[in-house]
Design a protein around this ligand. Structure first.
Ligand code: PMP
Length: 360
């Protein structure tokens, strides 16, 4: 089979080494004669997977001991509802920073539970899309928490700073978790759908600080109640066991490669290669200011948009898959999560250079 690089924004690439291992042990996992997805989540074998994966994730992200790690259902959109239901307490508002499509979607959901203080933090800098520095975000006194999305998967916008606040900071890290070290102690809640940098769709990781438990609304569905999930060790109901196991294999892979500092170096090198090429070309452009360019999702446009479909067809034929930008922004997008090797980005740049030569 020809070499294929998958630039899909999610569900995204899973490391080839992990897939191979999973394939090898699929029908006879751990010598049990069955696959891991056919055994009880309460069996000692699966409990060992659950325990090890949490331990590895804690190690990778240096998660302090006063934080709980939950392996949930419902995706990041489930958390758009779970966060206000769990954290509002008696408050009727929370600060929601609006920096792009996903932050905006979280606000729409939060409106079902409170009157969010939605703050547009987008701006223009040197003619490019940018985000206001966190020191300029207008926060309200009566907010229960501050919510933001550090990496906007569709817009290709990244926020690299945090507001100074004594309120819990809640972050949707769906498309950037595990791509570089972060200081977990600065957050109240972190959540992420798995299907980009963690593993297959169907699993959602939530990291919640201990003092934020016990505030959930009475009517919250139990499977979204952080306190219930902590008490039941993410097994209030049947968890997505296969996705959980596979995420555990991805965590082992990350550790073997040197953890998140090593990932940061890999990811920086990949993003630099791609953005430097785009910036050096008169044929392609990216409209996000360098201060806020995403390391994970790089949108780019052809200066001749009439060539978009030709570009996508030829790229696909060359084994460079899923480069079409999200329907709300158009153009192209290369998602270059942890599992994308630098060779894949180099292959994309080589293709783009050749396409430019043939079509400029
Ligand atoms: N937040 C972000 C930043 C995302 O990229 C996505 C998915 N693309 C979502 C939320 C929604 O995730 P899910 O489909 O898991 O609900």
């Amino acid at each position: 089979m020809e070499k294929v690089y998958n630039f899909c924004a999610g569900p995204a690439m899973i490391p080839a080494e992990v897939l191979k291992k999973v394939q090898e042990e699929l029908v006879n996992w751990n010598g049990l004669g069955t696959s891991v997805m056919e055994i009880s989540h309460r069996s000692k074998e699966f409990l060992a997977v659950a325990k090890q994966s949490e331990k590895d994730l804690r190690e990778l992200l240096s998660i302090p001991s006063n934080y709980h790690v939950l392996f949930c259902h419902g995706g990041a959109r489930g958390q758009f509802a779970a966060v206000p239901m769990n954290l509002l307490g008696d408050a009727n508002t929370a600060d929601y920073m609006d920096g792009g499509y996903w932050a905006h979607s979280a606000i729409a959901e939060a409106k079902k539970y409170c009157s969010p203080n939605a703050v547009d933090i987008t701006c223009e800098r040197e003619g490019k899309k940018a985000i206001l520095p966190a020191s300029e975000w207008s926060l309200s006194d009566d907010a229960a928490f501050v919510h933001f999305c550090p990496n906007e998967t569709i817009d290709g916008i990244e926020i690299r700073d945090l507001p100074e606040t004594d309120k819990p900071i809640v972050a949707d890290l769906s498309s950037t978790i595990l791509s570089r070290p972060i200081d977990v102690s600065k957050y109240g809640v972190i959540y992420a759908g798995a299907q980009k940098n963690i593993g297959p769709a169907g699993l959602t990781i939530v990291i919640v600080r201990d003092d934020l438990l016990g505030k959930a609304k009475q009517e919250i569905p139990s499977i979204f109640d952080y306190t219930v999930l902590v008490d039941k060790e993410s097994m209030f109901n049947t968890p997505p066991t296969f996705a959980w196991y596979l995420a555990g294999e991805v965590f082992k892979w990350l550790k073997e490669l040197g953890g998140l500092e090593a990932m940061k170096q890999r990811n920086d090198a990949k993003a630099e290669l791609l953005y430097n090429f785009i910036d050096s070309s008169d044929f392609y452009k990216n409209d996000v200011h360098v201060d806020n360019r995403s390391f994970m999702n790089a949108p780019f446009q052809l200066k001749k948009p009439e060539l978009d479909s030709k570009f996508l067809e030829q790229a696909d034929a060359a084994g460079l898959k899923a480069l079409k930008g999200h329907r709300v922004v158009g153009g192209m997008r290369a998602s270059i999560y942890n599992a994308m090797p630098i060779e894949g980005v180099q292959a994309l740049v080589d293709f783009m250079r050749q396409f430019e030569q043939e079509n400029a």
